[in-house]
Design a protein around this ligand. Structure first.
Ligand SMILES: NC(=O)C1=CN([C@@H]2O[C@H](COP(=O)(O)OP(=O)(O)OC[C@H]3O[C@@H](n4cnc5c(N)ncnc54)[C@H](OP(=O)(O)O)[C@@H]3O)[C@@H](O)[C@H]2O)C=CC1
Ligand SMILES: O=C(O)[C@@H]1CCC=N1
Length: 270
């Protein structure tokens, strides 16, 4: 399968890294990016062909992944309008709706909207996918093959819910990294050196996530098992509750979802 990427930034690099790790040959992958530094890094690291503008070789792919920022998409797609035929187009852009992408592409309908996340780089991503009803089973399978190579996949029945996927799992790694930062900073505040504090923080998150993934029990039960009556965890959780931590996190995720819808509304007007 030949895959071209329009945009070679953070997320494209994560996907390309994950795909080459999984045995996709760098020679079957191409990237278009405006930044020479990105092109050089991707070509050197993964052996992909990296070019500044779309050419016939880029268009001669089976799957074209749209990986520019939502605000850059309309302009980036202009040179492609009317030049696509059988290629499956997979957009990873937050907010942008298939109807708008299709219009900007001159009516192309072999379109799948998906939302991966950066752990794709190590094959540990999760991606939500939604296909235009015009996409056949082979098109859905091709999209799934690309994204399943870099983690788990979930098909979403209603395109409107893609903004919620974006808010939970697309942006989600940032919330977890923020949590790790706080755990590590607290450790360093207690006088641990950076390495020790980092290990304590990261291995805690890793272990807890693996336990949650392997356990048939809900996270709430696992949390209660850590929380001895009158103990240290109870003290910490009371402090978090007093600070409104749970509600703040839920509100933050709602803000991300709303921003996705807003991007779709604003950018789709053009
Ligand atoms: N980062 C993440 O965790 C995730 C991101 N996404 C989505 O992925 C997309 C890319 O995000 P991200 O990788 O973070 O963004 P980046 O800004 O890192 O990457 C986008 C790249 O595309 C380049 N570019 C802009 N216009 C064009 C063009 N016309 N032709 C070719 N290349 C172009 C940009 O160059 P320049 O810098 O000059 O503009 C930049 O290097 C977004 O739509 C985002 O919503 C989805 C899931 C997770
Ligand atoms: O922050 C963003 O808009 C993108 C989409 C999901 C993760 N990063």
């Amino acid at each position: 399968m030949k895959i071209s990427f329009l945009g070679g930034g953070n997320m494209a690099a994560a996907l390309i890294g994950g795909l080459t790790d999984k045995g996709f040959a760098g020679g079957a992958l191409q990237v278009v990016d405006l930044q020479a530094a990105n092109r050089e890094r991707l070509a050197e690291r993964f052996g992909v062909r990296a070019v500044e503008t779309v050419d016939d070789r880029v268009l001669g792919c089976d799957v074209l992944v749209l990986a520019v920022k939502p605000q850059q998409m309309k302009e980036a797609l202009a040179p492609l309008a009317g030049r696509l035929a059988g290629q499956l187009v997979v957009s990873i852009a937050a907010g942008l709706r298939l109807a708008d992408l299709s219009r900007w592409l001159g009516g192309h309908r072999r379109l799948v909207r998906c939302m991966p996340n950066t752990p794709a780089l190590i094959g540990a991503g999760v991606t939500g996918l939604y296909a235009d009803p015009a996409v056949d089973a082979a098109g859905r399978e091709a999209a799934e093959r690309v994204l399943a190579a870099v983690g788990s996949t979930v098909w979403i029945a209603d395109e409107a819910q893609m903004d919620a996927v974006t808010a939970i799992s697309g942006s989600g790694p940032a919330y977890v990294f923020h949590f790790i930062e706080a755990l590590q900073a607290a450790g360093q505040g207690f006088g641990f050196d950076e390495h020790t504090a980092r290990r304590l923080a990261i291995d805690t998150v890793l272990g807890a996530a693996r336990l949650a993934a392997d356990s048939p029990e809900p996270a709430a039960v696992l949390r209660e098992r850590v929380t001895s009556k009158g103990g240290t965890t109870e003290a910490a959780l009371k402090s978090l509750a007093a600070a409104g931590w749970h509600d703040a996190l839920v509100a933050a995720i709602a803000a991300a979802e709303a921003r996705g819808r807003e991007l779709g509304d604003q950018l789709g007007k053009d």
